[in-house]
Write a new protein. Structure first.
Length: 355
């Protein structure tokens, strides 16, 4: 586990049981077949104005929550992939873990709906460990000079978000900008995971009027607290792939393979690496950017993992939501969009399903 001297929780050792005999993973072959590394983001000259086309590798973690994972991926495709299709190539990997046959069947059904997709792939953790998958996908993003994004299955996207200008900023300012934090927005003023402690946006923030209004701030500003000072985040943050590769490598060297064996461990150890400045040029004292308006929230109504006892709102059982998946129910995205400006925290308890 993580040594307590580094200032983070010590986690118990986790045993991962294989879910029966499965064929060899195709992940390594798939990644090897992708485009050869490039030295910089592609620039299109098809029009008079040159347009930089970025590539984004996204890794979505899910355990026993196929309904929520499907809603996260589907709304991500609608709000991010479709919105940015002319300037952004998105390659999404869904790493799922299922604890029983019913959940396995649901994930397989979920995956079958994307069988013809050339940009979405599913990886069963029983075949390919969390650590191996993270390293493989991150390495591919780094070697192709691409962006890398973490997703968790209880996220819901309810408003389109243009990313090009913010991604340009991320790649043009490697010395100070660490990440785009898409879970944050200007109305976030409390931290649900820290007993609803107050955490208003830093007063020193700068507003940019790009395709969308974005704000930037420094995590070491005197009034940057809690949500506004968290540098390494797995809930919708976008980084340069090369930076994530170096953070993951440093975490593995410092704390061993266990540091990337689970998303919660990875997030904790990633922040240890940044706080202790174990990677040259990277620190938890950095510039972050987020959209001014809300576009995504984390619907925190159950817990799919047993590593961290994170608080939740009124519980919606995982088994009940499995039935929702079977019945092909959907989140009421229009309702989330309608009420978005009232969300004052990253984690929300509003659970709205279309009739």
């Amino acid at each position: 586990g993580i040594n307590a001297e580094y200032g983070v929780q010590t986690f118990p050792q986790q045993s991962t049981a294989l879910l029966g005999a499965l064929p060899p993973s195709q992940l390594a072959t798939l990644l090897a077949s992708m485009a050869a590394p490039s030295t910089k983001p592609k620039t299109s000259t098809a029009t008079k104005t040159k347009t930089t086309q970025h590539t984004l590798y996204a890794l979505l973690f899910s355990k026993d929550r196929p309904f929520q994972a499907k809603e996260c991926l589907t709304t991500f495709q609608e709000s991010i992939v479709a919105q940015n299709e002319s300037t952004l190539i998105v390659k999404t990997f869904v790493l799922f873990s299922a604890s029983n046959d019913a959940m396995i069947d649901r994930y397989e059904h979920f995956a079958s709906e994307f069988a013809e997709s050339e940009s979405v792939w599913f990886v069963n953790e029983a075949q390919e460990s969390c650590g191996d998958t993270v390293r493989a996908v991150v390495r591919q993003a780094a070697h192709n000079n691409s962006a890398f994004m973490f997703l968790v299955d209880d996220m819901v996207w309810y408003r389109p978000l243009a990313l090009k200008r913010a991604l340009d900023e991320l790649f043009n300012r490697p010395s100070d900008v660490l990440a785009l934090q898409l879970r944050l927005h200007a109305a976030v003023n409390r931290s649900m995971t820290n007993s609803d402690a107050e955490c208003a946006p830093p007063q020193s923030k700068t507003i940019h009027s790009w395709e969308e209004s974005w704000m930037e701030w420094r995590t070491d500003d005197s009034d940057a607290h809690l949500e506004w000072s968290y540098a390494f985040d797995l809930s919708g943050a976008i980084y340069r792939g090369a930076d994530v590769e170096r953070i993951v490598d440093a975490a593995s060297l410092l704390l061993g393979a266990d540091s990337v064996s689970h998303p919660n461990r990875l997030e904790q150890t990633g922040n240890v690496v940044l706080r202790r400045r174990l990677v040259q040029g990277l620190s938890d004292q950095c510039v972050l950017l987020c959209p001014v308006e809300p576009h995504m929230s984390i619907v925190t109504v159950n817990r799919g993992q047993d590593v961290c006892e994170n608080p939740i709102y009124d519980e919606q059982s995982i088994n009940e939501l499995g039935v929702f998946f079977d019945e092909r129910k959907r989140y009421d995205i229009a309702k989330y969009a309608e009420h978005a400006k009232s969300f004052d925290a990253v984690h929300i308890g509003e659970f709205w399903v279309s009739e």
